[in-house]
Design a protein. Structure first.
Lengths: 499, 387
């Protein structure tokens, strides 16, 4: 596959004898679990983006900080790349192994170290699952706000590495807004603390820099998160539309009215039917689009907001508006949305998820563009959006067993991302660049900007050993990608509006 | 209780930003040229906006100054998108006024410290106001920046969208870096609607009791957006929906007070701060875990951010000379309770007002500065003497 590590364009990796490396690691960390047999390595060959698979040279599964330090020091000394992996739920191949690299699996760092209800913080190891933090905080009436759809499985270390979002970002922010500090082990085996329990720290905001840095700057060994008091009440309105564009406009109307919903999600007809068929959430299968609008806070405010939003939705042309009767129905409405990906998965042998983000006002135009591309490539698309923050998740339906269909899908996905960039948006809102979107980085950023990214990387990892070949493309790769475009001559569908 | 969304701020004609202020002027080419020349000549630059926060950090001894004030104007503001993109030299008050006219605001409530404060200087300083613990800091609302690199190139990071994880987050890295990593020329902010209602309250309570109450209240979803104690009185601000503000006010009690308190606190115009200036006392900012015990330091305290930001007015009359040993004592006391301290009063000693970094952190700060500004032309020594 074209995006797998290519030494010619992504840089050389040293040849190291596997058993000698294993011996060197075990010499300094005798208790460390190191897997080296093909059948043990195989389960780690991919993360949530299963289209890309590489069996790593070794897998290390430390349980102590000393083991992490010892491991990275050996790798540093031997010039061996280290790819850090959490729960492996990432959707951009950020934890895709390297065949000449060590996969550092942090899943055994799975302890909640403390929950301080008065200070409203939790100190956890990076392998702790996102939802487990909220569960541990629940007895105190507190929770951890960012809730990626994979929250039952994904780990907080991975959330930090990807700056994970979720359905409540518009109001409660991303991971970057909800983490107070992280403990880091550098590639040279030093420990450092970024951020702290105070609300700021002296010097540069390295905590923000490390958020979403995809394991390229250091290894996360501990995370301190901020907890929030649970809202007194949450209500969900479901609004149906017979036109996707009307639904998209309604999103802007709600926000323009000064209302910041806890969540504001949109699904198109194909996604609605898939989710309804799977979860029986009570979605109207004939609707062209539905909006789910969650309003949370204090009871009196939420009542007033519900009325306000209901009027706005009516005025925006909703054909039907339904308020979840009780918490059970609210959960059911959300269950359909959160299960949208697997639900679409039941309609098609494979699907490919895109993560572009655009200014909200561009929603109608970009949707139209996606539909036209869909017709051009002959592949169906189900659209699921975090509409409130303009984060699109078009799911391209395809069959990897049909020769060439994966390649067509990738080309289609690439075009959607380029469309997002042209609309003033970005190629990834919350899934990360990983291995998957390297080429599109060349579309979003100019060479000088990519050069500056490399400068930042070299300040923390001069030898380029942490997760090489992810997140930031080399200029050689961008030249190759640009050349490929020129080589093919014209854009695939010149009559399409380009914006 | 004030109804904010129906209320448009009143301005005198003197406050009117001229049409120029909004349409603005793009001076980025000249700024890039000056940086490129400085780089070629190995000349250092002191980056200046309104020069209202010169006191905050070490004094920069540079060959030239680079002024951003000619590069001003609101490039793009769409209230529906909750995003405003602004040139660095725009006056902060002009931006805030335009936002207020549209029923919105910078939720992090940045201090101005002078009429001429610019948006770029505000972001570079990275200081947030009394609302910070509840809504977030400057960096939490920065979506993207344009920045001039040491080579004089104008680059763009982040953008105008709410979620963006493409590449490293250089936008947020620039916040609080005080221009030492590049010249900010344009910043995109997430802005928020004004709340429907506000109430400002005061309670006569000793500090310890006030902090205990704040801890208990903090565990409930109350619409608190300000909590400060001046030695005698707990000042509390509520902002949110009308229903919740009314209900919370009824439940908590207290006496109503003017909202002006919060502006005076933000701008350091309360008597506590004015006295420090008059008597040349040293003013310190201690940023601590909200529940940290009070460090055993001599002086008067004003506690903000529900305990997470504490102002210390030290012994009178030694502000100008500087006393590195006394400074070190305060830094250590802050570190001992899990935080750090910043001297807000400049002195002649040349010592950094900021708490020294741990050795490993200092190493990576140096390396980062070195990679982004190898000849150290941008605000050399502004944060720490070594870089």
């Amino acid at each position: 596959m074209e995006l797998l590590y290519d030494e010619r364009i992504d840089g050389d990796i040293a040849d190291v004898d596997k058993s000698a490396l294993m011996a060197a690691i075990l010499a300094v960390a005798p208790q460390l679990t190191v897997l080296d047999r093909e059948e043990d390595l195989r389960p780690f060959e991919c993360d949530g983006l299963s289209a890309y698979r590489v069996v790593p040279m070794l897998v290390a599964m430390p349980t102590t900080l000393a083991e992490v330090e010892a491991l990275v020091r050996v790798c540093y000394e031997h010039h061996v790349p280290v790819v850090t992996r959490g729960a492996g739920t990432g959707l951009s191949g950020g934890a895709l192994p390297l065949e000449k690299g060590v996969l550092l699996v942090m899943s055994r760092f799975n302890k909640i170290l403390s929950v301080d209800a008065d200070a409203r913080i939790a100190r956890v190891q990076p392998g702790v699952r996102n939802l487990a933090i909220s569960e541990a905080a629940a007895p105190f009436g507190l929770y951890y706000a960012p809730d990626p759809s994979s929250q039952i499985a994904c780990s907080i270390g991975g959330n930090v590495a990807e700056n994970a979002g979720g359905v409540h970002c518009l109001k409660y922010g991303l991971t970057v807004h909800n983490v107070l500090s992280v403990e880091i082990v550098t590639i040279e085996g030093e420990r450092m603390t970024l951020g702290g329990e105070s609300l700021d720290t002296p010097g540069y905001d390295l905590l923000a820099l490390f958020m979403g840095s995809e394991g390229m700057l250091g290894v996360i060994t501990e995370v301190t998160v901020r907890l929030l008091p649970k809202p007194e009440v949450a209500k969900v309105l479901m609004a149906c539309f017979d036109d996707v564009e009307l639904a998209a406009r309604a999103v802007g109307d709600i926000i323009a009215a000064g209302c910041i919903p806890g969540g504001l999600e949109m699904m198109d007809n194909l996604a609605i039917r898939a989710a309804e068929d799977f979860v029986h959430a009570g979605y109207p299968v004939e609707a062209q689009a539905i909006l789910l609008c969650e309003l949370d806070g204090v009871e009196v405010d939420v009542q007033a907001d519900c009325e306000r939003v209901r009027e706005l939705l009516n005025a925006a042309g909703a054909t039907k508006i339904q308020l979840a009767r009780d918490d059970a129905e609210r959960q059911l409405f959300w269950a359909g949305r959160k299960a949208a990906f697997p639900a679409v998965g039941r309609m098609s042998p494979d699907y490919y998820c895109i993560d572009g983000t655009i200014p909200r006002r561009e929603l109608p135009r970009v949707l139209k563009g996606i539909n036209e591309l869909s017709a051009h490539y002959g592949l169906r698309v189900a659209n699921v959006f975090h509409a409130g923050d303009g984060n699109l998740h078009p799911l391209i339906l395809f069959d990897a067993n049909q020769p060439g269909e994966l390649e067509t899908t990738e080309a289609f996905g690439g075009k959607i991302l380029e469309l997002c960039v042209e609309a003033g948006g970005t190629i990834t809102g919350e899934h990360g660049v990983g291995r998957e979107k390297l080429n599109q980085m060349c579309t979003q950023f100019a060479d000088d900007e990519i050069t500056l990214f490399h400068a930042v990387k070299s300040a923390f990892d001069e030898r380029r050993l942490l997760n090489p070949g992810k997140n930031i493309p080399t200029l050689a790769r961008c030249a190759e990608f640009g050349a490929m475009h020129v080589h093919h001559g014209e854009l695939p569908h010149p009559e399409l509006p380009r914006f | 209780m004030t109804h904010l969304q129906d209320q448009r701020p009143e301005y005198t004609s003197a406050d009117e930003p001229g049409p120029d202020a909004l349409a603005g002027n793009d001076d980025s080419e000249a700024l890039c040229e000056q940086v490129a020349r400085a780089q070629a000549e190995r000349a250092t630059l002191r980056i200046v906006g309104g020069d209202t926060k010169a006191f905050y950090g070490r004094q920069v001894d540079a060959a030239q100054s680079l002024s951003t004030t000619g590069h001003h104007g609101i490039v793009h503001y769409d209230p529906v998108e909750l995003v405003a993109t602004v040139r660095a030299g725009t006056r902060l008050r002009d931006l805030e006024r335009v936002l207020a006219d549209n029923g919105q605001r910078l939720a992090f409530e940045p201090p101005h410290f002078g009429d001429n404060a610019t948006v770029g200087g505000m972001v570079a300083a990275g200081l947030s106001g009394p609302r910070r613990p509840w809504v977030g800091a400057v960096r939490d609302f920065v979506l993207g920046v344009r920045v001039i690199t040491a080579e004089g190139k104008l680059l763009r990071f982040g953008g105008e969208v709410m979620k963006n994880v493409a590449g490293y987050d250089l936008s947020r890295l620039m916040v609080g870096a005080q221009g030492t990593l590049g010249v900010l020329t344009e910043i995109s902010f997430k802005v928020l609607p004004l709340p429907q209602a506000r109430a400002c309250l005061r309670f006569e309570l000793p500090l310890a009791e006030a902090l205990d109450r704040l801890t208990a209240w903090g565990r409930e979803p109350l619409p608190i957006t300000g909590a400060a104690h001046d030695g005698q009185t707990l000042h509390l601000r509520l902002e949110g929906g009308e229903g919740s503000v009314t209900a919370t006010r009824q439940r908590l009690g207290g006496e109503a007070e003017e909202p002006l308190f919060w502006e005076q606190l933000r701008e350091q115009r309360l008597p506590f701060f004015a006295d420090a200036l008059e008597t040349s006392a040293t003013l310190w900012r201690l940023s601590l875990p909200a529940l940290a015990r009070m460090p055993a330091l001599e002086g008067d305290w004003l506690v903000d951010w529900a305990g997470a930001q504490r102002w210390l007015k030290g012994s009178e009359g030694r502000g100008v000379e500087g006393d590195p040993q006394a400074d070190a004592h305060i830094h250590e006391a802050a570190i001992a309770v899990g935080g750090h301290a910043t001297r807000f009063t400049p002195d002649a000693s040349g010592a950094s007002p900021f708490t020294p970094l741990a050795p490993v952190l200092a190493k990576y700060h140096r390396q980062l500065k070195n990679r982004l500004d190898p000849q150290s032309i941008f605000n050399p020594g502004r944060l720490y003497a070594e870089w």
